[in-house]
Design a protein around this ligand. Structure first.
Ligand code: HEM
Length: 301
């Protein structure tokens, strides 16, 4: 479900919150599991607002939200063929840039191509990213996986070798999924760094705290060997998690144990002590949600 618009009902169940916020200290994790490509890439937003927003950003600032370099063209052709096989009406005779934009308007998810660049490395050679979580596609273009992850404190030390090994072992056609949780004070889908937005700090109320769940998908393309990496953003208010006590405890433990530099990177440094206190109060025996939070729903709205 993409909650850019709450009127866009979802055919799929809500997130598995206990998987997203396990009872474990913070660590950068691979967290990969198999995933059916057709299921991940299928449209979810029946209201059409997500595609309308994508079309708007791509019309207003195509060079900000889309990129294509020559090494990505074989991956583009394979991705357009995949999208067509899944029902998207993209004309494969258009020029490559027009096909890239058409793909960006046809899919609800963002996507990039990581193209083999020799010596086991992959480089980001193109894609469409309309709904970034505080990063810019243009800044990452041409970067290796380690370069792309460079701003994340400690991530490369923990995972960069595992990620390249995983890419090397992926078999074409096998889809993989994982999740990243980010946090925000606003529910805008497009959180490009050039768009100012209020920061999380100790004044944040639970109703202003949004979990920005990135559902990520990886697929090796058979001919080019490029890795298609897709991201579907789901914005969920904190209150949606409050009905899952184990996840409330997991989120509190995560926020409490994330190292200071990583908490700063994730934008929660100034808010976390306050949030942990609120979450601990809710999850303690007899604890309940503060008045600013509506009754926890049994499902994600
Ligand atoms: C198996 C593959 C991958 C794993 C395990 C992985 C893991 C992660 C993790 C743990 C984070 C930190 C998230 C957080 O804030 O909590 C992250 C951030 C990020 N990842 Fe990945 N990632 C993978 C592939 C990719 C690919 C292919 C891209 C290509 C664009 C990518 C782009 C990013 C970006 C842009 C960030 C944020 C960096 C920034 O703020 O500048 N990741 N990734």
């Amino acid at each position: 479900m993409i909650t850019g618009d709450e009127s866009g009902p979802s055919a799929t169940p809500g997130p598995d919150w206990e998987r997203v916020f396990p009872d474990a200290d913070h660590a950068w994790r691979m967290g990969l599991r198999r995933c059916d490509p057709a299921e991940f890439l299928a449209p979810r937003d029946r209201s059409g607002t997500v595609l309308a927003e994508r079309a708007r950003w791509l019309a207003e600032a195509p060079v900000t939200y889309a990129a294509l370099t020559p090494p990505a063209e074989p991956a583009l052709a394979e991705t357009v063929a995949l999208a067509r096989a899944l029902g998207a009406g993209i004309d494969p005779t258009l020029d490559p840039w027009a096909q890239t934009l058409a793909l960006g308007r046809a899919w609800e998810c963002d996507f990039v191509w990581m193209t083999p660049a020799g010596e086991g490395a992959h480089r980001l050679t193109g894609g469409v990213v309309c709904f970034p979580s505080s990063w810019a596609l243009r800044d990452k273009l041409g970067g290796t996986m380690a370069g792309v992850h460079g701003p994340v404190p400690g991530l490369n030390a923990a995972l960069s070798r595992q990620i390249e090994t995983f890419f090397a072992r992926m078999r074409p056609g096998e889809g993989w999924a994982r999740e990243n949780a980010n946090y925000s004070r606003v529910s805008d889908l497009n959180q490009h760094p050039a768009r100012p937005r209020p920061q999380l700090d100790a004044s944040v109320t639970p109703d202003e705290f949004w979990i920005r769940l990135e559902h990520q998908f990886l697929l090796k393309l058979p001919a080019s060997g490029a890795v298609l990496f897709a991201i579907r953003v789901e914005q969920v208010p904190l209150r949606a998690v409050l009905g899952v006590p184990a996840a409330v405890r997991g989120l509190a433990r995560l926020l409490e144990t994330v190292p200071e530099d990583a908490a700063d990177y994730k934008g929660v440094l100034a808010a976390r002590a306050h949030l942990v206190a609120v979450l601990r109060a809710i999850s303690s025996p007899g604890g309940s949600a503060p008045r600013t939070i509506r009754t926890p729903p049994t499902e994600v709205p």
